[in-house]
Design a protein around this ligand. Structure first.
Ligand code: GLP
Length: 241
């Protein structure tokens, strides 16, 4: 694992964007795995600016999002579809057919998970996958558990995750309690993984993920087993490293 400690959130965003720009420039056809959450927003802003300056193109890029809530329409401002569109996709030249986000409104969720996994296998592997991290150590929506789930699957969200994400919703009852997420094996299939974490609220889980034992109780700890992982943290999130 490579640990990059930077000063603050802005520096995380700049460095994260640099990793994405490098891959976009160096690969002819690129497959990028993308996260949601508040952490990557700054990185997406920089990517949009670089696109507008003419420095990068997504013409030959495909993207696969990590996860999506079950039961939110695409028009719902809290859906990850809406998030990705407003923070990134509507501002860049990516082709619609090259955007992949699990469909949380699918009638048959199991089938949707299997199809998503299949599409990723056919079009992948991801050249680079960006991750955030939940306060409980979740990556994508892989919650602490007593075993690692492998492929894309339906997950019930932890109470702590529902509580943490409630800040985006009008009331806590509106927060979905289940989601579709890439599994751990799906995540580890990316050639390169870059995890972004900012702020003291992530410090304890970052310590466990980086220096603790590999356990499904801290899903991010599994990243220790991957051969090309970079963790970008600010000084606050690196407090216990
Ligand atoms: C959600 C997402 C995760 C993300 C996490 C952290 O639960 N499913 O992919 O990493 O939030 O979010 P934040 O960056 O807002 O702390």
């Amino acid at each position: 694992m490579k640990i990059e400690v930077v000063k603050n959130y802005d520096e995380i965003s700049k460095l994260g964007a640099k990793y994405m720009i490098d891959v976009l420039r160096n690969e002819e056809k690129v497959v990028i795995g993308l996260p949601t959450g508040s952490t990557p927003i700054g990185m997406y802003k920089i990517i949009v600016e670089e696109y507008k300056k003419g420095n990068i193109t997504f013409n030959n890029a495909k993207t696969f999002n990590l996860d999506e809530y079950i039961g939110l329409e695409k028009t719902n401002t809290n859906s990850y579809y809406y998030f990705m569109n407003s923070n990134l996709f509507s501002h860049i030249d990516i082709k619609n057919e090259n955007i992949n986000i699990p469909n949380g409104m699918a009638k048959n969720i199991k089938e949707e998970c299997n199809n998503y996994e299949k599409r990723l296998k056919e079009q992948g592997p991801m050249d680079i996958l960006f991750l955030g991290i939940g306060q409980n150590g979740h990556i994508g929506f892989n919650e602490p558990n007593d075993y690692f789930e492998t492929n894309t699957y339906k997950v019930s969200l932890d109470e702590s995750t529902v509580n943490a994400n409630a800040r985006f919703f009008d009331k806590i009852e509106d927060v979905p309690t289940s989601a579709i997420t890439m599994g751990i094996k799906t995540i580890l299939s990316a050639k390169k993984i870059v995890l972004l974490a900012s702020g003291e609220s992530k410090a304890e889980t970052i310590k466990q993920a980086v220096n603790g034992k590999v356990t499904p109780m801290v899903p991010a700890s599994v990243l220790q087993l991957h051969q090309d992982v970079t963790i970008i943290v600010d000084e606050a999130a690196a407090k216990y490293l």
